[in-house]
Design a protein around this ligand. Structure first.
Ligand SMILES: CC(C)(COP(=O)(O)OP(=O)(O)OC[C@H]1O[C@@H](n2cnc3c(N)ncnc32)[C@H](O)[C@@H]1OP(=O)(O)O)[C@@H](O)C(=O)NCCC(=O)NCCS
Length: 322
């Protein structure tokens, strides 16, 4: 029997921090409303660092924290809804910057659940024996898609990236496969995504911005998050007390509190960092896992559940032993 494992994590966020008070200068909102309804106190917003820049910095940290070097990486998967370009992908641009060979590199889009989808692909690739070490990243500059005149949505989101090296911890395998990539960082074949923007200028993208029915999303999230945690435990004949931590997608502290109550896992076992980052979409889960590891909240040998939901009404979860 063989498995894949987390073999190093890292994260990166833009330099600029916008507090709730900063946003109150842009829209009719206030710190009290934002904190009480969401738990968010500040978020990092990029006006000059691209999704690829953030992914690159997170990737270097994950490699540094792992037992492998860049030469060992055989595949890169980036989960993002805010790639620098519609194509080439962030993964493809990273390939050149990281100096990787002609390995397969591709982006996936499963909104805020994207990182869990990437984890699933990496896991299955490794279980197939075709790959030993895969770099997966959740990276977003979601604030490019923000309408800074819409207080219902603009207070919720932030930018960032989280990365993981997923490695085999045993064997079996795939019969044959050929895939490759060649990094077109000069833009020979390219289609643009919306440009980075300054919240104070709010140049609404020609390609549109985020629209959200908050209550419907809230209902979906508070249903699917507890049920995914419970399903993971039941499928593995585990009890909630066997779990050291739950690292959930950071969309709203109240959603995490509801999951904690419904599953019966106390809040001190639910990792919460939304106060510092807001909702960073596909980056939220790997940023939180990396931070929990670096703070010693998650330790080698610990068992944790990670769970996410997002646009498309995607969802996902994983049961992981560190
Ligand atoms: C968005 C969300 C925080 C709103 O919280 P809520 O308790 O449902 O708030 P409501 O929608 O009931 O809005 C209450 C009032 O606050 C107002 N309001 C909305 N945003 C505000 C803001 N930033 N500041 C001040 N007031 C605000 C609304 O206009 C509304 O006013 P009204 O009653 O006069 O119309 C919540 O619905 C949510 O988190 N949903 C899930 C969103 C999510 O997770 N998205 C990402 C998925 S990956």
């Amino acid at each position: 029997m063989k498995y894949s494992k987390i073999n190093g994590t890292g994260h990166a966020v833009p330099r600029q921090i916008y507090t709730n008070d900063d946003l109150a200068k842009i829209v009719d909102t206030n710190d009290e409303w934002i904190v009480s309804r969401t738990g968010i106190k500040q978020r990092h917003i990029s006006t000059d660092e691209t999704t690829t820049d953030l992914a690159y910095n997170a990737a270097l940290k994950a490699i540094e924290a792992s037992s492998v070097t860049l030469n060992d990486i055989e595949m890169v998967i980036v989960a993002t809804v805010t790639p620098d370009h519609a194509f080439p992908g962030v993964s493809n641009l990273l390939q050149k910057r990281l100096g990787l060979d002609e390995i397969p590199t591709f982006d996936i889009n499963a909104a805020c659940s994207g990182f869990i989808y990437a984890l699933n692909i990496a896991d299955k690739m490794i279980l197939s024996s075709a790959y030993n070490h895969i770099l997966i990243i959740g990276a977003e500059t979601l604030t490019r898609l923000t309408d800074w005149s819409d207080r219902n949505t603009c207070v919720l989101f932030g930018d960032g990236a989280g990365a993981m090296v997923i490695s085999k911890s045993e064997t079996p395998g795939i019969k044959d496969i050929i895939v490759g990539s060649r990094s077109d960082d000069e833009g020979h074949l390219i289609c643009d995504s919306p440009a980075l923007k300054n919240p104070y200028e709010n140049k609404i993208s020609q390609q549109d911005h985020i629209h959200m029915n908050g209550r419907e999303v809230f209902k979906f999230a508070t249903r699917v998050m507890p049920s995914t945690i419970v399903n993971l435990l039941e499928r593995n004949n585990m009890h909630k007390d066997d779990i050291d931590y739950v690292v959930a997608h950071q969309a709203n502290k109240r959603i995490i509190e509801k999951a904690s109550k419904d599953v019966g896992i106390p809040m001190d076992k639910m990792y919460v960092n939304i106060q510092n980052y807001g909702n960073t979409s596909a980056a939220s889960v790997p940023i939180a896992i990396d931070e929990a590891i670096r703070k010693g909240k998650l330790k080698p040998g610990d068992t944790f559940v990670t769970v996410a939901f997002g646009g498309g009404f995607t969802y996902g979860g994983a049961l992981i032993k560190l």
